[in-house]
Design a protein around this ligand. Sequence first.
Ligand SMILES: [Zn+2]
Length: 247
Amino acid sequence: MADAKYTEANPFIPQTESIPSDSDKPFVPALLIIDMQNDFVYGSLPVPGAVTILRKVNELIKFPGFKIKVATRDSHPEEHVSFAKTHQKPLFTKITIYHPEDPDKLMGLEQVLWPVHCVASTGGADFIPGLVVDRFDHTIYKGTHPKIESYSAFRDAWGRNETELPGLLKEKGVTDVFCVGLAGDFCVKYTAMDAVEFGYRTWVIVDGVRSISHDDVAWNELKERGVRFTKFQDVKDKVAPDEDEAL
Ligand SMILES: [Zn+2]
């Protein structure tokens, strides 16, 4: 029964904190909407309970208080390095992968081998129906190179190549990065950890995220890296206190 509390209906929720309202400091929030795509909700790699966050994610997207709203999409070629099929190995086993420009194999990374998912130009890679996509300021496509994995919205798994995101956040003078989407223990996790590394006060909105695993490992790791946790209602109170009628 030790695992009973980690169920789809009752995932592990870390302790949250209020967003401080120290008005002497600038507060310029950005919203990152991570991988709200068909394959992660209804398709080949479904995240348990993923569809249940759609309403809150959409409300967040509609809040005008965010200075910038950036979505990400996993967008893989057919034989991507993260697919078990590419390596002819069982699903969810782990291998070590190397950056294609690292022929001496100096920096190996552990790679979980996934089902084929989010292949570019397939329906599985599309945003899920009902997502308010017309309010995105920008969309970042990740994992587009056959041999490079990218969980984070900021850069590839080795940290060699950055996406447009660091430049966009800097240009807008962002102070706080808020993350929602899928999956909490992979792409949201690595995005949030990178946001801290890039110098942002970083928040995961826990009721706007769902994870593949129900354990608390990813949350604890995030906490250790300095990521903070908040809830939808707190974000609403801070970012869009008077927006009820606009929804
Ligand atoms: Zn992927």
